[in-house]
Design a protein around this ligand. Structure first.
Ligand SMILES: Cc1cc2nc3c(=O)[nH]c(=O)nc-3n(C[C@H](O)[C@H](O)[C@H](O)COP(=O)(O)OP(=O)(O)OC[C@H]3O[C@@H](n4cnc5c(N)ncnc54)[C@H](O)[C@@H]3O)c2cc1C
Length: 377
């Protein structure tokens, strides 16, 4: 659905900002609960995934375990499976966006594309949402605008001289014989593996030591998929662990990278910045309180500063539990839906029926006390 009418006011119960994995997952829950909502999306369904480099694939595997109550790790609702839909274990960004298109169509979700939200204000128990398509009004807002389209460009001096991971359309388009990569978590190693595959020499700077760091929480450790890929190209990457980049300069037509230990490395080609992403929350930061860059949320993922404003997606964090993967953050959609449904006055039998289905399929995680458990072996 495309909406480019002149400025207008809409009264709606819930506005969801963003039609990525988390916005659509939240929309499905609201639809099942019979709540009036609209998803407002500035671009198209799954736009962030469509912007991934062509070669980049999901690190978390897809496998159709749904009928045995173990839904595909990359599914946004219990009824669907990217593996079943796409017939692949590690979808590319474009493939996953196709899955999201299919899910939107299957559930008949209400989505307006081409609507970019720039302001949200709360007055008299309702939100006024400013966009390029006029003002919208709603009682609740679910923020689902993600991170990918908000790259982090302040990790070191001179990052404007670099290409950010999110600006790469395909690794095979990048000219030159060698590349320096700054940042060695998932996106840094992803870039390294693909650049080696195109015949380039790669120098990779890791401010930590991610190759040796192993943690039982997948948010804090390289994935097995990435470790397998690294094994195949390890000899071709010049890997500098525990080496922080201080600045990048252009000196005599050479990109010159200086580390905090004052060593320099040069290349004729732009270094690639893989130091991660900021957050779309920068657009609405006055509506949240923050600790260590993460927003403070109550037990229902509602802003501690602004009542009826909820967050879904990879920026949700409670204590050390970071919900940065689909299989994690999808378990909070029903928590948000249940809270909104209860406030609106949806009959409790309807709420319980929907929540029960999600609970039975491991799509409902309320007790977070086990999130920090370590594996026994
Ligand atoms: C390289 C890479 C690999 C990854 N691999 C995995 C993986 O294997 N498994 C996994 O679970 N996760 C993975 N992730 C994380 C995953 O991509 C994110 O969890 C996911 O994109 C988050 O979904 P989202 O819907 O919250 O945000 P997004 O997908 O970014 O969606 C946000 C949507 O909001 C829209 N939007 C933004 N700003 C506005 C605005 N102002 N107004 C209106 N609309 C707006 C955007 O256009 C976009 O469509 C990976 C991420 C990256 C970068």
């Amino acid at each position: 659905m495309n909406s480019n009418d002149s400025s207008k006011k809409m009264e709606i119960d819930v506005i969801i900002v963003g039609a990525g994995a988390s916005g659509l997952g939240a929309a499905i829950i609201l639809k099942k609960l019979g709540i009036n909502y609209v998803v407002l999306e500035k671009d198209s369904v799954g736009a962030s995934f469509r912007k991934w480099p062509k070669e980049t694939r999901f690190i978390s595997p897809s496998f159709t375990g749904n009928s045995f109550k173990m839904p595909d790790l990359n599914a946004i609702c219990p009824e669907t499976s990217p593996a079943y839909n796409l017939l692949t274990e590690h979808p590319s960004g474009n493939e996953y966006a196709r899955y999201l298109d299919g899910v939107s169509e299957f559930f008949g979700l209400t989505i307006e594309t081409g609507v970019e939200i720039d302001t949200i204000q709360r007055e008299n128990d309702s939100f006024t949402i400013g966009s390029n398509n006029g003002e919208y009004k709603s009682r609740f807002v679910i923020w689902a605008a993600g991170e990918y389209q908000y790259p982090k460009k302040t990790s070191f001096e001179g990052d404007n001289l670099c290409t950010h991971f999110s600006e790469i359309k395909s690794f095979s388009d990048l000219p030159g014989k060698d590349r320096i990569i700054i940042g060695a978590y998932e996106s840094g190693f992803d870039a390294a593996v693909h650049l080696v595959a195109t015949g380039k020499t790669v120098t990779l700077f890791d401010s930590a030591n991610f190759l040796e760091l192993v943690n039982s929480d997948s948010s804090y450790s390289l994935s097995p998929f990435t470790r397998d890929r690294i094994k195949e190209v390890n000899g071709d990457i010049s890997y500098h662990k525990e080496t922080r980049v201080e600045k990048v300069e252009l000196v005599d037509d050479l990109y010159t990278v200086t580390t905090t230990e004052n060593k320099t490395y040069t290349s004729k080609y732009k270094p690639i910045n893989c130091t991660g992403f900021d957050s779309s929350l920068s657009l609405v930061k006055s509506l949240f309180e923050f600790r260590d860059k993460y927003p403070l949320l109550n037990d229902f993922d509602e802003s501690t500063r602004t009542e009826n404003l909820f967050l879904v997606g990879p920026q949700v964090k409670h204590g050390n539990a970071l919900f940065c993967f689909v299989y994690k953050y999808r378990q909070r959609f029903a928590i948000v839906g249940e809270k909104i449904a209860g406030t609106i006055g949806i009959p409790s039998e309807t709420i319980e029926k929907v929540i029960q289905e999600h609970r039975e399929n491991n799509f409902y995680l309320k007790d977070l006390s086990s999130c920090g458990d370590t594996c026994s072996c």
